[in-house]
Ligand binder design. Structure first.
Ligand SMILES: Nc1ncnc2c1ncn2[C@@H]1O[C@H](COP(=O)(O)OP(=O)(O)OP(=O)(O)O)[C@@H](O)[C@H]1O
Length: 474
């Protein structure tokens, strides 16, 4: 698909489909959140955690989508429907979460009773009284097609599997009756959102960091590089840092705190913690801890901008500077100086990373996994003639790139790696544009008048089957 470069200020037009004015839907599933909304809008209307809630009963389960439930229960887990490759693992949960955002939340009038009530709500004796679904799964009524009027564009990781791609079109067409469907790779869309059809896209999300070259709107397969050195890995680094601090910092998420008293910096917390007469499920606690870790990333962590690496004289210099204070939910607070830079340094220099908690290999940064190493390997995978154009069009996307100093450091590393080339980094200034780059690209693409001839139509699907995605969505 050859896409024309768009200026980033381009205003998408409303899509015309089948003669009627309809807004297509755009769905962007990520490991940490799933984003959904209408094409033509500048941000997704729905952003829900991909870690959904699952309440286990003796006679079934009930799933909860969205961010509402923050109180723990013995039987309340928070699984993710995606795996750490950022591809769907649990299709049953994926389908229901997508129905929740695309239909129940975005267009409730179209929700079938089954979707309105939650297709898999099987609980019947919730002690909190907030479930009353009767027994068994409510079947969707024959012939009801909740997306019968909405073309659907879904984003995917460049390494998505054929099986998963086919499953996505099957659900859209068969279960929801979508009149048209399209799958697009996230780097292409992030480049598109930046007004480019050729770019080197650096995406640092939650489970994955990736570097992918996009040329004329197509992913160059041999350029695809990825590693786990992203948001979730950084959370692990913060945990290691807190654990090795003196005094050791306990990770106490908000839901555990009954009340707290103010304490001086560095003094033990004076808080009363809630007592639960059950074991709080691990996945619930991990999810709540992640909120705290993200807050710490937003307000304390910073990437060393250079010059040079952080370790050595730079670290000594920062030790003498004023740092940032962070207060934990239990009131413990302290000033973070050099550690707040050190904790992100492993993204750039594997020798600077904290050893993972527990001492295992999982979470340890390997040499080829840092952001500069991914970029180098990615560019080595493309024709030498293309490299100058790519480093002149670097698009930075993904919420982990919102770390303070990220772009400056990236620029410094690239200048050192490619001294003869002109380096230009495009990183949206608005944090929502950085967070939702791929979604925004999908929103622009799906609302272009010229795009409606690209969609895979229902007729085409019926004639060719699910294999059509491999042929059409390159
Ligand atoms: N302001 C911020 N500074 C640093 N990190 C942040 C900030 N806001 C969110 N994050 C981190 O960004 C990650 C989420 O990024 P993003 O939403 O791009 O990922 P995703 O698309 O869901 O995941 P993936 O791309 O791995 O499938 C989380 O790890 C979160 O802690």
């Amino acid at each position: 698909m050859a896409q024309q470069p768009l200026p980033s200020s381009v205003q998408p037009t409303t899509d015309m489909y089948g003669g009627d004015e309809v807004s297509a839907l755009v769905l962007d599933p990520g490991y940490s959140t799933t984003r959904a909304g209408y094409a033509g809008e500048d941000r997704p209307k729905q952003v829900v955690p991909s870690f959904y809630g699952k309440i286990n009963y003796d006679n079934g389960t009930r799933d909860i989508f969205g961010d509402e439930v923050i109180y723990p229960r013995a039987n309340f887990e928070r699984p993710n429907y995606m795996n750490r490759d950022s591809v769907v693992e649990d299709w049953d949960a994926a389908t229901r979460l997508w129905e929740h955002v695309l239909i129940k939340r975005l267009q409730p009038a179209r929700a079938t009773p089954a979707i309105r009530n939650g297709l898999n709500d099987r609980g019947k004796n919730d002690e909190n009284g907030d479930v009353d679904m009767g027994e068994g799964i409510e079947e969707q009524e024959e012939g009801e097609k909740p997306l019968a009027e909405s073309p659907l564009l879904v984003t995917e990781a460049p390494w998505n599997t054929t099986k998963n791609r086919e499953k996505a079109i099957e659900i859209a067409m068969e279960s929801w009756g979508a009149p048209a469907f399209w799958l697009n790779k996230t780097p292409v869309l992030a480049a598109f959102a930046a007004g480019k059809s050729t770019a080197l896209v650096v995406d640092v999300g939650c489970a994955n960091a990736s570097v992918v070259a996009v040329h004329d709107g197509m992913v160059l397969k041999r350029s695809i590089q990825r590693s786990p050195v992203a948001g979730s890995w950084l959370s692990g680094q913060i945990r290691s840092m807190w654990d090795s601090s003196d005094p050791k910092v306990e990770v106490v998420p908000t839901f555990m705190v009954e009340n707290k008293k103010p304490v001086e910096a560095g003094q033990p917390a004076e808080a009363r913690l809630k007592k639960f007469d059950f074991v709080v499920p691990e996945s619930f606690r991990a999810f709540e801890e992640e909120r705290l870790l993200t807050e710490f990333k937003e307000s304390v962590v910073e990437v060393w901008r250079g010059p040079g690496k952080f370790q050595g004289p730079n670290e000594d210099f920062v030790k003498s500077q004023v740092g940032r204070v962070f207060e934990m939910p239990d009131g413990y607070n302290q000033m973070w100086r050099e550690q707040r830079f050190k904790v992100a340094e492993g993204m750039w220099d594997e020798t600077a990373a904290y050893p993972p908690l527990g001492g295992g290999e999982e979470g340890r940064v390997q040499k080829g996994q840092t952001i500069p190493a991914l970029i180098k390997a990615s560019l080595e995978g493309v024709d030498a003639d293309l490299r100058a154009n790519l480093v002149g069009n670097i698009v930075v996307t993904g919420a982990s790139t919102l770390l303070n100093g990220f772009n400056d450091r990236l620029h410094m590393e690239l200048t050192a790696m490619y001294p003869g080339l002109r380096i230009k980094i495009h990183a949206a200034g608005l944090s929502s544009e950085r967070r939702f780059g791929a979604w925004i690209g999908g929103s622009i693409l799906a609302s272009l008048g010229t795009f409606h001839q690209m969609w895979i139509s229902k007729k085409e699907y019926e004639e060719n089957g699910a294999g059509i995605v491999e042929k059409r969505c390159k």
